[in-house]
Design a protein around this ligand. Sequence first.
Ligand SMILES: *[C@@H]1O[C@H](CO)[C@@H](O)[C@H](O)[C@H]1NC(C)=O
Ligand SMILES: *[C@@H]1O[C@H](CO)[C@@H](O)[C@H](O)[C@H]1NC(C)=O
Ligand SMILES: *[C@@H]1O[C@H](CO)[C@@H](O)[C@H](O)[C@H]1NC(C)=O
Length: 401
Amino acid sequence: MSGKLPRHVFPWLLLLTFASLYFLSWFLSLRSLSSSSPGSQSLAKSNCNLFRGHWVRDPHRTPLYDQTCPFHRNAWNCLRNDRHNMTSINSWKWLPRNCQLRRIDPFRFLALMRNRNVGFVGDSLNENFLVSFLCVLRVADRAAKRWKKKGAWRGAYFPNFNVTVAYHRAVLLSKYQWQPKQSETGVQDGSEGFYRVDVDVPADEWAKIAGFYDVLVFNTGHWWNNDKFPKEKPLVFYKSGQPIIPPLGMLDGLKVVLGNMIPYIQKEFPGKTLFWRLQSPRHFYGGDWNQNGSCLFNKPLEENELDLWFEPRNNVVNKEARQLNFVIKEALQRTDIQVLDLTHLSEFRADAHPAIWLGRKDAVAIWGQDCMHWCLPGVPDTWVDILSQLIHDGCGRTGGL
Ligand SMILES: *[C@@H]1O[C@H](CO)[C@@H](O)[C@H](O)[C@H]1NC(C)=O
Ligand SMILES: *[C@@H]1O[C@H](CO)[C@@H](O)[C@H](O)[C@H]1NC(C)=O
Ligand SMILES: *[C@@H]1O[C@H](CO)[C@@H](O)[C@H](O)[C@H]1NC(C)=O
């Protein structure tokens, strides 16, 4: 057919082809900018989703840091605590479906973040995440120093890049305070007092960080239960300084806190790169943490085991993560906060908690095994890979943070 076309048409055809390709790619890049499919790389041409996939063994894989990292927290420093099978824990590599997960290059990342700061706000699972991040980044800047300002609980400053990465502890995000029972009221209901939660007031620890951080990662989750706040020490929710009537249960309280804190975050951190990390799953087997639950596994779970472990309908010990995610995901809809859905990939890793190797002889007798936090080096290093890739790709798309 083309044989019949006059010669001089070809350059025009070529030009037309390139022009339409150009407009197509321009159109697609516009779409990828405006589509806010959170977390997944929203390139129209791929189905890349970093959060879905499987773990494969890669015997050549080694962690980027060891037990000598000065930012470790003792109970998670599994190498120092001689946790068994650490080589095995760190020989698994997360393989997302239809896309590449690059391992973080700490030099490149710190260079990208030069003169900028990354903040984590939430509970100890975000601290676990932070410690991994600090130990990884320190590889590129041995002069890293401890940093604890502006209400930070733990953090580091990387002087060669003028970058600060820190964690602000705020387990419920909202401000909460213990209110001992007033004896003169004479009410004998068996309670010792209550925790007043001001749903519309951020906890002091992160109330004054606006303007400092360029990237923020929020979370809340495993404190919303009766282990942390039993009946004798309940949460009582306040709004505009007045108790909310009728009083809210735990899960409704979480919904109201999210409904207030998420708009607050969007208002207080305009133009910042915002992430929300979904629940980190626990792996208590044979009972909960205070019922001799254990996690002595030597390999990740299989995909077909996950529902048995985590599906709330099965009323299982570890159902909390998916239950809370449901509430949190709903609250994050129609916001521009990117969802870090690290739950699924972490669900596999029953093998990767500190378990009985806590660095203190009596710790297991008192607290039970730790099947909730993660060994470092370990699974949070993969969280770091994912977060840094999303930050990096976000910069490429929008030309800035
Ligand atoms: C370091 O970064 C901060 C922003 O976090 C900036 O205000 C300051 O000027 C930077 N310092 C240098 C020496 O570049
Ligand atoms: C946990 O194990 C200890 C020692 O084997 C036992 O004495 C205790 O009763 C167990 N507790 C529960 C809740 O099963
Ligand atoms: C460590 O791995 C070996 C071999 O896979 C296994 O036999 C052993 O039970 C594992 N130990 C723990 C504590 O998981």
